[in-house]
Write a protein that binds this ligand. Sequence first.
Ligand SMILES: [Cu+2]
Length: 396
Amino acid sequence: MSAWRLAEDDPAPQTGPTTGSTGPLGGRPERPRTGARRILVVAAVVLLTLVGAGGFAAARTGMFAERPDGCAKPDRTIQLYAVELPKDGTQIRLGYGLTPETASYPGPLMEMMEGECLAITLHNQVSEATLAALRTDPAHPLGVSLHVHGVKYTQDSDGTVQSGSYVPSGGSRTYTWYAQPRNNKTGAQGTAGYWWYHDHVVGGPHGTQGLSSGLFGGLVVRRPGDPKPDRSYTVVFGDRQNINLRRGAATDTCTEVNPQPGPSCLVARKGERVEFVVVGVGNDMHTFHLHGHSWADTRTGMVSNGQPFADSVPIIDNKTLGPGDSFGLSVVAGDSVGPGHWMLHCHMQFHSDAGMSTMLHVLDENGNMPPGMDHQHTTAGAAAAPAADGGTHQHN
Ligand SMILES: [Cu+2]
């Protein structure tokens, strides 16, 4: 277990405090070498010997701090469920939900304030049989995890097989996220921004099958003064020209009477501030384009907490998105342009032509869909998707 050691750790005993070198496994700064430390190493070796190979993952987990520095104890706790959802054709679909009944893909939007420490207990309700069906290597363990971008977490909350931080079927595990605030003394930049979370275990060591099955969601970390949206939508662009794992007609299931906001129904009233959390997954590049609206290319999607317009900030209506990228924006729905069915699509032409296109439906102030516009599945993608797919279902 001691193969990992920086060269600078090896020479003569140091005196006084160390300055940033890390010990084995890259943990806390290494202390001066003393007899006490040797005893600790011996104790660790004895412990590992005692627990044997079967308990290795658990022993490793215990070696990591449970929470990041600055997070003495969680400010808030959340229960999160990983469940199996109805298949899309032959495609297995999984989702995260705050309850098993409300699981979806994307999962629920997580919101934090900078400085907050959040404990999320993940309950894995996905059967071993389903996880085995998604597995690409029979030696790979069966489980589900929660891995997050942008905020701070220890290896205990990394959500990977190698750190032992995943959840077998029927089990639970608590992950701790810390929205570290900006610190001008240390130079820490803070964690406010638009991020995302996802499984990192299903199918293989990178959770590729968990991602392609639906185990992902958005995260926003706010600072005081950030714009408060009236509505938030998570829009995930993925492989095979999908938006939220749907393509063509399936991206837009809004009904004209009483449309229900959700992953495949982006709807708002004119004048509402609508926030989009945009995420790229898979292997393809995309560009996110929204008709009729533009935003500032900043952390919040606004110029800056209501300060005067600054020419140094680009105002855009189209933004490139690579795998793993995430950004956020907020627009005032229908501002100046009025109610209508505003296209939201990838601007890589062969992607949009294949069905990577949906609508932001902006209703009038009374919540009525503008009359005289047949928005239903009139895009070229709706017709092209089944042909490209060779079937009627919208696979990712
Ligand atoms: Cu695209």
